[in-house]
Design a protein around this ligand. Structure first.
Ligand code: AMP
Length: 322
């Protein structure tokens, strides 16, 4: 099913979006211009943003609506990258001002990013207005100001929603904690990295951190541990998966967002939320993220084929079974 969906989406992505004018999945988050420094190189302008990575990754599985804002400086060539895929851009607004900008530097082991500069720019005035013909069943509140995540949630009818997940980062944990807790009270799942899980809860042990996060609202928690993989706390059940064993990681930017895109994209395409399907989703998310980190920005994902994804999934099956 996915193989044919992917082939179609690659060959006829525009037609697919036209046909499926109401994607089952929507994401709100940042569409950004990044400046990234890794031990292997430096780029002053890279196409980034939590929603860009998420939607590109999710589009391997399902059409997705992207809800975001960009400024007048947003390059047309970046928009074209999104147009390669079944990504509905009718909620991608252009505003006066400059696009969200993030500058980051990675540690020598590539496990942690240091934020050197964040320019919120057009995000300050962004007021996302949802005009879906049909409300999506699956929604991802990617890393963005929690006040905006709340505005999106307020426009969605709860009975229709099958699954809402969210992400956040240290910037919002430190600056907007109250709003963030309001978001958490209303989502089914939090996808977060280990440092942020510790910062959010004040617990250094990740099992305790996940338990505490569940008391804030979400039934499920996914804790991303970079090269050490991911922990899934599904209700009272637990699953862990290593990261795909890569010999060289080039730029980890977007790994977390594309992981989430793979996870929620897979869930939306299958429509099932049981534990087994959630574990499969985690494996697909990890496979997609393993491609993202092999080049700057979305470059590696753009070269990734369905066959390549399947081959890595087969490796995961082999190494995680005993
Ligand atoms: P990650 O998947 O965690 O590596 O996310 C990387 C992306 O997050 C980058 O492309 C940035 O543009 C974006 N980003 C950085 N800081 C923020 C922030 N405070 N809010 C939303 N997105 C951000």
């Amino acid at each position: 099913m996915f193989a044919s969906q992917l082939k179609n989406s690659v060959r006829k992505s525009k037609t697919l979006v036209d046909k499926i004018s109401s994607p089952p999945l929507a994401v709100v988050g940042t569409v950004a211009i990044d400046a990234v420094e890794t031990p292997f190189g430096k780029r002053d302008r890279v196409f980034g943003g939590s929603a860009s990575y998420f939607s590109y990754a999710a589009s391997f599985f399902t059409p997705v609506s992207l809800v975001a804002v960009v400024g007048e400086d947003f390059p047309q060539e970046y928009r074209k990258v999104l147009e390669e895929r079944p990504i509905d851009l009718s909620h991608l607004h252009k505003s006066e001002g400059k696009t969200f900008f993030w500058r980051g530097r990675y540690s020598s082991d590539l496990n942690s990013a240091q934020t050197l500069e964040t320019q919120i720019n057009v995000l300050t005035k962004f007021n996302p207005l949802l005009k879906f013909k049909k409300q999506p069943d699956f929604v991802f509140l990617a890393n963005i100001d929690p006040a905006l995540q709340l505005r999106v949630l307020d426009q969605l009818e709860k009975p229709r929603l099958k699954f809402v997940a969210c992400d956040t980062m240290n910037y919002w944990i430190a600056h907007q904690r109250e709003d963030l807790l309001r978001v958490l009270a209303r989502v089914d799942c939090l996808v977060i990295n280990e440092g942020e899980a510790r910062e959010l809860t004040g617990e250094s042990n990740l099992i305790r951190a996940a338990q505490k996060i569940k008391t804030y609202g979400p039934d499920h928690v996914m804790i991303k541990k970079g090269e050490h993989g991911v922990l899934l706390f599904y209700g009272a059940q637990f699953f862990a998966l290593p990261a795909f064993p890569l010999e060289s990681v080039f730029d980890p930017t977007g790994a977390g967002d594309s992981f989430a895109g793979g996870v929620v994209g897979y869930l939306a395409s299958t429509g099932r939320l049981d534990f087994l399907n959630m574990k499969r989703a985690v494996a697909w998310g990890s496979v997609i993220a393993s491609f993202t980190v092999e080049d700057f920005g979305l470059e590696s994902l753009r070269r990734t084929s369905w066959k390549m994804l399947r081959e890595r999934l087969a490796v995961f099956r082999k190494i995680s079974k005993f």
